[in-house]
Design a protein around this ligand. Structure first.
Ligand code: SF4
Ligand code: SF4
Length: 65
C-alpha cells in the first residue's frame, strides 16, 4: 500500500523521478494548492525500497511494508 498526502505534496516530481520501478505517474488530480499530484499507478511493481519516502521533501509519501 502506498499513500500520498495530497495536502502536503507540492508537485516537485522527485518521487516520480527517484522511483527505480516507475511506480508513480502524474495524474489528473489537483490538490488544494492547485498542484498536480503523482499517483502510484503501477503499485504491483513496487519493491518497497522506500526511496520515494526518503526523497520526498515534504513527507507526503508513505509506503507500507
Ligand atoms: S516528492 Fe513528495 S512533494 Fe514531490 S511530487 Fe512526490 S509526493 Fe509530492
Ligand atoms: S518504495 Fe521504491 S519501488 Fe516502491 S514506489 Fe517507492 S521508490 Fe518506487
Amino acid at each position: 500500500m502506498i499513500k500520498i498526502d495530497h495536502n502536503f505534496c507540492k508537485g516537485c516530481d522527485i518521487c516520480i523521478e527517484s522511483c527505480p520501478k516507475g511506480v508513480y505517474e502524474k495524474a489528473d488530480v489537483f490538490n488544494e494548492k492547485d498542484v498536480q499530484v503523482p499517483m502510484p499507478v503501477n503499485i504491483d511493481k513496487c519493491i518497497k525500497c522506500h526511496l520515494c519516502e526518503m526523497m520526498c521533501p515534504d513527507q507526503a509519501t508513505f509506503v507500507e511494508d
